[in-house]
Design a protein around this ligand. Structure first.
Ligand SMILES: [Zn+2]
Length: 97
């Protein structure tokens, strides 16, 4: 009994029947190939990468914002302390007059 060897497969994403060379291998799959063709995978990867890129940029931007806020807070704190210090010093001077 000769089993017919599959040489093509229909991509479940674009529904186009393509030769197996157009599919990436996947050992976990029953026929040894992925369900999406290489073209569709490329598309998916592009979308995923684009999404990740946006996410990464967003994360960097929000971190930068946080850092800026923190710096501002510290500067404010520093100014406040300096002001206090100056007041204390001037009070001391006034007391000694
Ligand atoms: Zn496809």
């Amino acid at each position: 009994m000769s089993e017919q060897v599959k040489i093509s497969k229909t991509c479940t994403k674009c529904n186009i029947e393509k030769p197996l060379v157009e599919f990436n291998k996947q050992t976990a799959s029953p026929d040894g190939y992925k369900n999406y063709c290489k073209d569709c995978f490329r598309e998916i990867n592009k979308v995923l990468y684009g999404r990740n890129k946006k996410k990464i940029i967003k994360r960097i931007l929000s971190k930068r914002k946080e850092l800026k806020k923190e710096i501002k807070r510290e500067q404010k704190q520093l100014k406040l302390e300096q002001k206090k210090q100056v007041e204390l010093e001037s009070q001391k001077i006034l007391e000694n007059i």
